[in-house]
Design a protein around this ligand. Structure first.
Ligand SMILES: [Zn+2]
Length: 215
């Protein structure tokens, strides 16, 4: 009887892997599926406005499911795995060692937060903060323009769409090097607009870091 009861509890409470469905490890992402995430090369993916952009992984099947699960399907527990993947990558970059970063998620407009209930990149930053010891700063830069989704736009259209989208509140600037964090870096337009707004406000020490890039 006890055995049946335990099996029943297991059935109810054991977590299933969001990726393969296995409940063997009772984890939201089992080690097998985590292993499938592929790192990008361990150097800056590109330089925009004189700022290095690092992209931790290639936007392949598992990473896509991880990012989209957190962003669109309310799978908040995935924030930890996204942050862990970024941190595993980050730890291997010599250039980023011995810097006391402050973590800045790409901000969402308040209308978007109302719809999605949370900013997924804030959740990733919080988890990354636990892994790295760096502090988060969610107040320095705000998104004041409710921009259109970018995926169908060309690079010039993206820049136009994002023009004037970000406003910096210098009262929250601590002087630390800023690590801007996003999930996907496609053309780099979002980072570029953030960099411009931050530099205009006199915040010049910046590094960009995306979970993934399709290229
Ligand atoms: Zn799995």
């Amino acid at each position: 009887m006890k055995k049946i009861f335990e099996a029943l509890l297991d059935l109810i409470y054991r977590k299933k892997c969001y990726f393969c469905g296995s409940s063997k490890n009772s984890l939201k992402m089992c080690p097998n599926c985590y292993e499938k995430l592929e790192f990008n090369s361990f150097s800056a993916n590109r330089v925009v406005e004189g700022v290095d952009i690092f992209c931790a992984g290639i936007y392949t099947k598992e990473l896509q499911k991880l990012i989209r699960g957190l962003k669109y399907h309310k799978q908040k527990e995935l924030a930890y795995y996204q942050a862990k993947f970024m941190h595993d990558y980050f730890s291997k970059i010599e250039k980023l060692k011995n810097v006391d970063f402050e973590l800045i998620p790409v901000p969402l407009h308040k209308n978007r937060i109302k719809k999605r209930k949370y900013n997924h990149m804030e959740l990733v930053c919080e988890e990354f903060s636990k892994l790295s010891g760096f502090e988060c700063n969610f107040n320095l830069i705000k998104r004041v323009k409710d921009t259109k989704p970018q995926y169908k736009l060309s690079r010039p259209q993206r820049l136009e769409n994002l023009s004037g989208a970000f406003v910096v509140d210098k009262a929250f600037y601590t002087g630390k090097t800023l690590l801007l964090m996003d999930d996907i870096c496609t053309t780099g337009a979002t980072f570029e607009e953030m960099i411009k707004a931050l530099k205009d406000a006199g915040c010049n020490k910046i590094v960009c870091f995306a979970t993934s890039t399709p290229m």
